[in-house]
Design a protein around this ligand. Structure first.
Ligand code: ZN
Length: 145
């Protein structure tokens, strides 16, 4: 399953100090009128909330990091879910000793600094739908021959 798209606007964004990382990405997309996009963020957080999807139980297991960490990598996409803009992002965080941790980005991850590049996708309106096999809301894409 796949769909072709074209690059639209490319934004360089400084997300706000003290803001919630996930919400700040969503707010930016709403303000800029973006419905489909890919994105990358680097920077640092004061604390973080991530989760791991337990494939057998089909539930997310949460992990909290109550300390400053680097955003070594944060990559994701934007699509619509039930008519709302939905940001799906994963994050790799580094601690003082250089160890890396990560997972599915959750609300409650607080920005110290965050530089985002976001590429809008044109010629497509990405949306998500529930997938019974995985229990996840996956991208709804055409069945290709
Ligand atoms: Zn995820």
């Amino acid at each position: 399953m796949y769909v072709g798209t074209s690059p639209g606007r490319l934004f360089a964004v400084r997300l706000p100090y003290g803001g919630d990382l996930l919400n700040s990405i969503k707010s930016f997309a709403e303000e800029a009128g973006i419905e489909s996009a890919v994105l990358w963020v680097i920077g640092a957080v004061g604390r973080a909330e991530v989760s791991f999807y337990d494939q057998a139980r089909k539930t997310y297991v949460k992990h909290s990091f109550n300390q400053p960490m680097e955003i070594l990598s944060c990559t994701g996409n934007i699509a619509k879910l039930k008519g709302e803009i939905f940001v799906h992002t994963h994050i790799v965080l580094g601690d003082r000793e250089g160890r890396a941790f990560g997972g599915h980005l959750e609300g409650g991850t607080i920005i110290f600094s965050a530089e985002m590049f976001l590429l809008e996708l044109k010629g497509v309106s990405l949306s998500r739908e529930y997938d019974k096999v995985t229990g996840l809301n996956l991208l709804k894409l055409p069945e290709n021959p």
